[in-house]
Design a protein around this ligand. Structure first.
Ligand SMILES: O=C(O)CCC(=O)c1ccccc1C(=O)O
Ligand SMILES: [Mg+2]
Length: 367
């Protein structure tokens, strides 16, 4: 990835994509997804290539807004030299300060560079570590905060489609309802891997009660049971086997805190969202850290379009030693998207698109 190149142009378009139904979590409700589709044009020797990226901070998830990103991008210099994509932090420091903007611009550069090399992004990333990429990655079915009957129906449908893991959103409904939902899914699907994501909604006391009642149901991971301000103490006070099932998600932002949590050796798993962590490369540093510490990694999206989802899928594919399943089965939430064909998920595995870079070119004109 140490090919020097010249960034000639960095353009963007604002895109609003409609969701099939509002996404409801314990903390927010989203009806459409607003993002910037970024296009970078790079020159290396006599070769001119383009690459695409997506900037999509999720309102309520971080302080950065699309307006901040636009303002910063408008003011950023182009016509700049890079000796490698990693030089982004020095070459465009204002861009690097906003995680989603850094993610989108870095992705456009990686996509362009991979196209220049005529190789998929996953291969570019894997070859840095002397690995071959995976052709498909294991993914979980993410199920929203629906009532017990609907939750069971969604979990059954996922299991019938071949998913071996579901993640239930919890914390938005009364605790007794959540417990009933989880117990009913376990009863209906005895061999399914079940994960939970509370998005920080429970108080430490509530989380303790729920977690105590859950061990019989064989829950794999509980994402962010309590809010970030309580998370570190909560983990410190949890017994070792409970802590092994707890994974920070919101608590992984900023990335420096994710490094701290991984290095402290107190959690069994970590959820990493490259969109919130500043890009694929900063996330890969965190994955390397987690692998060294024996912490399981789940890669996840922040409700991105096909561009952002593909980027995360390429990162997952670049790490054959990271099993997931990853939080990448969210393409179905979009009524319209930036790729022509939907994500190919069969038997709980997402197949990477063949071709250079991301494996497809979003339609710039109609975006
Ligand atoms: O991780 C997944 O399974 C899918 C993505 C997901 O759950 C999510 C999507 C948008 C915003 C927040 C979250 C989350 O993990 O909390
Ligand atoms: Mg989460």
């Amino acid at each position: 990835m140490n090919t020097p190149f010249h960034l000639q142009k960095l353009e963007y378009r604002e895109v609003d994509l409609e969701l099939t139904k509002p996404l409801v979590t314990s903390s927010a409700r989203y009806e459409t997804r607003s993002l910037l589709l970024v296009r970078a044009q790079i020159r290396a020797g006599e070769h001119l290539v383009e690459g695409f990226g997506e900037v999509s901070p999720l309102p309520g998830w971080s302080d950065e807004t699309l307006a901040n990103c636009i303002e910063t991008l408008d003011a950023a210099p182009t016509d700049v030299e890079f000796d490698a994509v990693r030089a982004l932090d020095e070459v465009l420091p204002t861009v690097a300060e906003l995680p989603s903007l850094r993610f989108g611009v870095e992705l456009a550069l990686l996509d362009a560079l991979a196209r220049l090399r005529e190789t998929p992004i996953c291969r570019l990333l894997a070859s840095e570590r002397g690995r071959m990429p995976l052709a498909s990655v294991s993914v979980q079915a993410t199920i929203g905060a629906k009532g017990p009957d609907e939750t069971v129906a969604a979990a059954r449908a996922a299991a019938d489609e071949g998913f071996n893991c579901v993640k239930l959103k919890v914390g938005a409904l009364p605790i007794a309802t959540d417990i009933a939902r989880i117990a009913r899914v376990r009863e209906a699907c005895p061999t399914l891997m079940i994960r939970l994501d509370a998005n920080g909604a429970w108080t430490p006391q509530q989380a303790r009660e729920v977690l105590e009642g859950l061990w019989k149901l064989n829950i794999d991971i509980v994402e962010q049971p309590v809010a970030p301000e309580h998370f570190d103490t909560f983990v410190d006070e949890a017994d070792a086997l409970t802590a092994a099932c707890i994974a920070p998600d919101e608590s992984c932002v900023p990335a420096a805190h994710a490094h701290e949590l991984i290095d402290a050796g107190k959690i069994g798993a970590v959820v990493l969202k490259p969109q919130a962590l500043g890009g694929l490369l900063p996330t890969s540093t965190l994955i390397d850290d987690a692998l060294r510490k024996g912490v399981r990694v789940v890669l996840s999206t922040l409700l991105e379009s096909a561009v952002g989802r593909s980027a995360v899928a390429h990162l997952a594919a670049a790490y054959p030693d990271v099993l997931g399943p990853h939080g990448l089965a969210t393409g179905g939430w979009f009524a319209s998207d930036l790729a022509e064909a939907p994500d190919s998920i069969l038997d709980g595995s997402l197949r990477l698109r063949h071709g250079s870079g991301l494996g497809f070119e979003p339609d710039w004109r109609s975006a």
